[in-house]
Design a protein around this ligand. Structure first.
Ligand code: ZN
Length: 299
């Protein structure tokens, strides 16, 4: 099954929900970054949340979700657009954290630790929108829920899950974000609260074969959801030689000259997808000469 997300509204329009299935997206990220199981789960949850938050934007808007924590993964970054394209990476992708004793699940909260969640929305304006909140428990879903409540004043519930196979590939991934719109009725709010409380684990729902549409029917049970057309979700990076060249130039004239003197080809990896770009000494010389002409070069 290909990854996709679905948006729906309650019949009277006071509750909206996004639900997604993202196994392939998370597996692509795992392969790109060789993530350990607990980091596959952490990054997978953030990618899934990011893809749905991207779908809340319009046109060419972009959103970046950045987590910084004192746990061994140190940080996670995910960027998504409004068309279901999402990419991301972990600062320490290969760390191993013991399985949580209490429920024998991957201990994402332990891997992330205490820290902050920063949301950066590039809405095509001069300055991006930046919202920052403290992490609640590093489990990602609760952290996003708290962000929506405190930074955007939108009461929400977020469920995210990633289930791994024994061979460390991704078996299932997905989730939902349900939000109360301004003026939501008491009946709608209490119905959603009751329905969400019944969902013990998104991972279990996915394991039982539930699709995004099924999750929507569970969360909006009694509210006669109107379900809109699905949108494909995909791990997709927009890096290229030009973007990576700019990163190389940004190290400045002195460093570039050092590279040229060393006389070895330079390899730069895209941090989002791991793709390697190689620049010969002549390439570096050419980039340096161009940057000098345009004047945007650090000494
Ligand atoms: Zn890339």
């Amino acid at each position: 099954m290909n990854d996709y997300m679905v948006r729906a509204m309650s019949k009277n329009g006071d509750v909206r929900i996004f639900a997604a299935t993202t196994r392939n997206t998370v597996e692509e990220a795992r392969k790109a970054h060789n993530t350990s199981p607990v980091i596959s789960a952490a990054l997978g949850r953030l990618l899934t949340g990011g893809a749905m938050m991207g779908a809340m934007l319009k046109g060419d808007d972009m959103i970046t979700l950045q987590i910084r924590g004192d746990g061994p993964v140190k940080g996670l970054t995910v960027t998504a657009d409004a068309r279901g394209h999402v990419k991301g990476f972990a600062l320490e992708p290969e760390v191993i954290v013991p399985i949580r004793e209490s429920d024998h699940k991957l201990d994402v909260g332990k891997a992330v630790g205490h820290g902050t969640l920063q949301i950066i929305k590039d809405l095509g304006l001069k300055d991006p929108y930046i919202g920052q909140t403290a992490l609640v428990n590093g489990e990602i879903a609760e952290d996003l829920t708290y962000y929506f409540a405190s930074s955007e004043q939108v009461p929400s519930a977020v469920g995210l899950g990633v289930l791994m196979n024994h061979d460390n590939t991704v078996r299932e991934a997905g989730g939902f974000i349900v939000q109360m719109l301004p003026g939501a009725s008491e009946e709608s709010i209490s119905a959603v609260e009751k329905n969400v409380a019944k969902i013990h684990s998104v991972t279990d729902l996915l394991k039982e074969g539930n699709k995004p549409e099924d999750i929507i029917r569970l969360v909006l049970d009694g509210l006669e959801p109107k379900i809109f057309d699905p949108m494909p979700v995909e791990f997709k990076c927009d890096c290229g030689v030009e973007k990576v060249s700019r990163v190389l130039i940004s190290i400045g004239e002195a460093e570039l000259n050092k590279l040229i003197e060393e006389g070895e080809p330079v390899e730069i990896r895209c941090e989002f997808c791991g793709k390697a770009y190689t620049f010969s000494v002549d390439d570096v010389k050419e980039l340096l000469a161009e940057a000098k002409k345009t004047g945007n070069l650090r000494k």
